[in-house]
Design a binder for this molecule. Sequence first.
Ligand code: DOR
Ligand code: ZN
Length: 348
Amino acid sequence: MVDHITIRKPDDWHLHVRDGEMLKAVMPYTARHFGRAILMPNLTPPVCTTADAIAYRERVMAALPKGSAFKPLLTCYLTDDTDPNDVERGFREGVFTGVKLYPANATTYSAAGVTDYNKIKPVLARMEKLGMRFLMHGEDVDPTVDIFDREARFCEKYLGPWTKEFPGLKFILEHLSSKDGVDFVRAHAPQVGGTITPYHMEFTRTDWLGWGLKPYMYVMPVIKTEKDRQALRKAATSGEACYFLGTDSAPHPVAKKLSVNGIPGIFNAPVAMAVYAKVFEEEGALAKLEAFASLNGPKHYGLPPNTITITLEKRTWKVPEEIKVPGPDERALIHHGGETMTWQAVAS
Ligand code: DOR
Ligand code: ZN
């Protein structure tokens, strides 16, 4: 039986660390297990310009533990009015790694997102020219589309045509949640890649809604069926270069999660590597974990993989219940808090 595995240090290609006291409380968990992370720009207010991103990067660096070699990678929050010249400046100056699309009102803090896809074409054309990556919350939020079909419709109606209109642009369909999304990415690789969260590989909508409503399984895109979960597990553990790690760790204060109008997101950074290792072990694919966690993402982004390593050990540990956040946020619950995990990431 395999009792440990050493791999190149993973990167998290989809992460929310927020701002202020929450940023300070959560940043060390990611810095411990990951070499780099793509930081999502859906702050309030969002990171829309190069100047916003430079200021945010400074706050992120200040929240890192002393001596940490972790590198934050920033994204630009795309709006109807994003200026292609500012995007170009941010990319050339090494501030922006990519641009992130939130369809307006698709998820948390996306109200300022895109309402008219015709308006963003000049930005996409500029990114294609620059070799910049386009990250997407890929859901069609037309109210006539069923919430469980949002990802499939987005691929059909928008992403498919964009891949032809911008053949030199590389896309990332974030937090893949459906078999349709998985199949679309495979069919359009290497132009399109996709990140996969731990929780979309762990749960089905029956776990979420079948035995009482579990507000901590409420995420966007919503968790789907067993068929979808199986497709995601097979894709992640296949080693195929188009699938890579993105935790979508998204902390929220308890009061916002347990509200009449609850907010989507799971804070999973402390347990993400433990969950991924468990899934890969269950699928008999531990040998493919390094490709998914540490090699495929850098390849899609045109970046070198990390050189230092991390070891995952097969041993039990109890997950803390929560983190304390000074101020009005007070605390955020940790995914699998209070449970025993079977794999533990230890520093190299
Ligand atoms: O569940 C989610 N939470 N999905 C998203 O797309 C955004 C995220 C957040 O920012 O909380
Ligand atoms: Zn996200």
